[in-house]
Ligand binder design. Sequence first.
Ligand SMILES: [Mg+2]
Length: 143
Amino acid sequence: MREAKAKYDVFGVFAGHLERVRDLPKVLVVDDAMFMRTKASRLLTEEGYSVVEGSNGAEAVERYKSEKPDLVLMDITMPVQDGIEALKEIKAYDSDAKVIMVTALGQRSMVLEAIRAGARDFVVKPFQPDKLMEAVKKQCPSP
Ligand SMILES: [Mg+2]
C-alpha cells in the first residue's frame, strides 16, 4: 500500500512537471553546429523556454510540423537544406510562423532574402546572449 502511494506521488510530480513543460513557450533551434545549438538551448532553457533542436533545414521543416514551436531560431548555412529554403517551406506551411535567422557576418544578401521570405528578425553569430534573448522575447515573451 505504501509502495503504491509512493508510485502515485512520483507520478503526480512527474505529471506536474510535464504539465509545466507543456505550458512553456517552445523554441525550435536549428543549426548544423552542435555547439551553437547547445549554447542557444542552454540559454533558452535558463530563461524559461522549452527547446527542440534540428541540425539542418529538412529537419527544421519536419520538426516544425511535428512540434509546432512558438518560435524558430534558424541558421542559414546548413547541409541537406539551407535555412532560407527551410524558412520558405515553413512559411508556406504556416504563414504565421515566427522565424529569427541566426546569421554569420557577410550574409547580408541572404538576410535580406530571408526578411523578404517572412523572417521576423535576425541575430548575428557569434551571438551575445542578451542580444539573442532580446530578439527572442520580442517575438515570444517568456512566461
Ligand atoms: Mg551553419
